[in-house]
Design a protein around this ligand. Structure first.
Ligand code: SAH
Ligand code: SF4
Length: 393
């Protein structure tokens, strides 16, 4: 690396003002380069560096002229979230707490399995919804993630796993699920822009069949997901009646089960090979009876679907407990006797608290207790001001 390249690489890391290129569409890159007097094929080269090679700075983009690399670096950064903490579970699950340029944090989890590697990414910092069993819903700091911050989680995970260059087989991250923090359909435009980048055949190239978007049930957006993105759909159902779902998943009061099921029935491309996944968190004495399972069968009749039974992952102060193993087994058996696949999700990364929202909450708790300690000693300064209030998306 020449001294100029080294300087560029350093500048790329330290300056937080220039915008990220990560998250730009092909059209945006083309117009950026056109503004610099470059032909359209340069955008394709840049795209390749960003998304097929995983370049983290302009200095390494050796097929671009040095003058162009300098011009680009004066205007933009490649872009990556910063790793606040990384935890690796005994079962191979890895969890990153990531900080973005404004210091806001979200988490990303990699779950290796025998036949695939799934990356669970976040769509928002926190969540404006308040599902009663979900810790993310109790967090006060909320904002949408940009397209770059969403796709940046995948790029960062690939960096950490040494999973570059992007190639169709042999790679570690094969699947993506939007099941981290946030409600993806409250941030549709940025999620859609990020997924278009993830699916692009000349870049990351993860097919829509290997991407699953999970929603709590933002009914008016479901048809658009099907028509515009065509990814797999997961619905956080958690109840078979409006009475129970109203209490667990408050968005149900706006979009009740009848409208949600109608949207599911209309989801394009459903068949036996492409089924909706209904996620169902098992809560003791709340939604786990044999009657609940039978109501569920009636509710989904006719929809090509499968279930994913999720043992409730408790958090401090949670108002629920996980169903007993025998209740979960009985529930799963009724669904399976009804002809549906209904695996019980195996807890992964329990030693690193890899459940929805928990790592970030742990770091928030740590900061709060540090702040309390400083308040007790009267040592509060600007750097240790109380956590900001909610800034809703
Ligand atoms: N907001 C979207 C996606 C993120 S949540 C949604 O709700 O679908 C991903 C899944 O984890 C959802 O099914 C959610 O209901 C579930 N979940 C949240 N908190 C949980 C907990 N404490 N234990 C088990 N599953 C939980
Ligand atoms: Fe938000 Fe999903 Fe948690 Fe509900 S379950 S609060 S929608 S992240």
């Amino acid at each position: 690396m020449t001294p100029t390249d080294a300087a560029l690489a350093v500048a790329d890391r330290v300056d937080a003002v220039r915008p990220w290129l990560i998250g730009c569409s092909r059209a945006e890159l083309t117009s950026l380069l056109a503004g610099l007097g470059e032909p359209a094929f340069r955008a394709r080269q840049l795209w390749h560096w960003l998304y097929a090679r995983g370049a983290r700075d302009f200095a390494s983009m050796t097929t671009l002229a040095k003058s162009l690399r300098t011009s680009l670096s004066e205007r933009a950064r490649v872009g990556r979230p910063q790793v606040t903490s990384e935890q690796i579970s005994a079962d191979g699950t890895r969890k990153w707490l990531l900080a973005f340029d404004d210091g806001k944090e979200a988490e990303t989890v990699f779950i290796p399995e025998a036949d695939r590697g799934t990356l669970c990414i976040s769509s928002q910092v926190g969540c404006t919804l308040t599902c009663r069993f979900c810790h993310t819903g109790t967090q006060r700091l909320v904002r949408n993630l940009s397209a770059g911050e969403i796709v940046g989680q995948l790029l960062l995970a690939r960096d950490a796993l040494h999973d570059w260059p992007s190639r169709p087989d042999g790679r570690l991250i094969t699947n993506v699920v939007l099941m981290g923090m946030g409600e993806p359909l409250f941030n549709y435009d940025n999620v859609a822009a990020a997924l278009r980048i993830v699916m692009d055949a000349e870049g990351i190239a993860i097919s829509r069949r290997r991407i699953t978007l999970s929603t709590s049930g933002v009914v008016p957006m479901i048809a658009r997901v099907g028509a515009e993105l065509g990814v797999k759909l997961a619905i956080s159902l958690h109840a078979a009646t409006d009475a129970v779902r109203d209490a667990l998943v408050p968005i149900n009061r706006k979009y009740p089960l009848a409208t949600l099921m109608a949207a599911c029935r209309g989801y394009p491309g459903l068949d036996n090979g492409n089924r909706i996944t209904f996620e169902y968190v098992m809560l003791a004495g709340v939604n786990d009876s044999a009657d609940d399972a039978r109501s569920l069968l009636r509710l989904v009749a006719g929809i090509p679907c499968k279930f994913n039974l999720i043992p409730f992952n408790p958090w401090p102060g949670a108002p629920y407990a996980c169903s007993s193993p025998s209740a979960i087994e009985r529930f799963a058996q009724i669904l399976s006797d009804g002809g549906y696949t209904a695996p019980v999700r195996q807890p992964r990364g329990q030693d690193i608290m890899a459940a929805c929202g928990q790592l970030r909450s742990a770091s928030e708790r740590e900061r709060l207790s540090r702040l309390k300690a400083r308040l007790a000693t009267g040592l509060v300064d600007d750097d240790h001001a109380p956590l900001p209030r909610t800034d809703h998306a």
